[in-house]
Write a protein that binds this ligand. Structure first.
Ligand code: ADP
Ligand code: MG
Ligand code: MG
Length: 209
């Protein structure tokens, strides 16, 4: 991991930059199986976070709370409330951890995912962002349990998210707009799952550099 600067802010910067850069890619994916707004929604959220960057609280838990408020305000669609819930749950989990180590972040991700499942009512296998998030969490936890360092664990998580996003193309859509398409969605990856793979890869890259 980088020793220069604040790793949380570096990861956040990387996520925002990646989501802004991926706007067109996510638009195309959401045009195929949804209404095409995902790229713009996430890019707008990322830009709002970039604009607020200098005034974010220093403690990651406090910053995550503020990020949740920003996302709730500026990100529309299904993604807005789900990401707002994720960030809020991650903040709450992080606050209860004794140390802000990899284990604490894994617990924060677990809590965040539980928030998505609760708010969105989806289960893994229904072709949503959970189909990237849940494999990523499992890979992260497995890597940390077997003694991998944070970077290797993040590597495994990002790879699992990418695999999950790819595999979502073969899942029958059960939630959200793509469920209206039924079998016509098959062969196209879930845009929300792909977005998860993108921001997890950005976090991994931030720590690898
Ligand atoms: P909308 O259909 O409202 O435009 P977005 O474009 O913001 O939604 O986000 C679409 C993504 O949201 C989907 O690709 C999927 O990953 C995710 N999604 C949809 N419904 C749910 C749900 N119930 N639970 C979790 N994720 C969901
Ligand atoms: Mg959409
Ligand atoms: Mg929409």
């Amino acid at each position: 991991a980088s020793v220069q600067g604040d790793p949380f802010m570096q990861a956040l910067d990387a996520v925002c930059a990646r989501l802004v850069a991926a706007e067109d890619e996510l638009t195309v994916l959401d045009q195929r199986v949804g209404d095409g707004d995902l790229g713009q929604s996430l890019a707008r959220g990322a830009q709002a976070v970039q604009a607020a960057r200098a005034t974010l609280p220093a403690a990651p838990a406090d910053a995550l709370r503020e990020l949740s408020a920003i996302v709730r305000r500026v990100v529309g669609g299904t993604s807005g409330p789900l990401y707002a819930a994720m960030l809020m749950r991650a903040a709450a989990a992080l606050e209860t951890s004794a140390a802000a180590d990899a284990q604490a972040w894994a617990q924060a991700l677990e809590a965040a995912i539980a928030g998505v499942a609760e708010v969105g009512g989806a289960a893994p296998g229904e072709r949503t962002m959970l189909d990237a998030l849940v494999p990523a969490l499992t890979a992260l936890q497995t890597a940390l349990t077997t003694g991998d360092d944070a970077l290797r664990a993040l590597d495994a998580a990002a790879a699992a998210a990418a695999d999950g996003a790819r595999a979502s193309a073969q899942l029958m859509p059960r939630r959200g707009r793509s469920s209206y398409l039924g079998a016509r969605a098959l062969g196209h990856p879930d845009p929300g799952a792909h977005a998860v793979a993108l921001w997890l890869a950005a976090i991994r890259d931030a720590f690898a550099s």
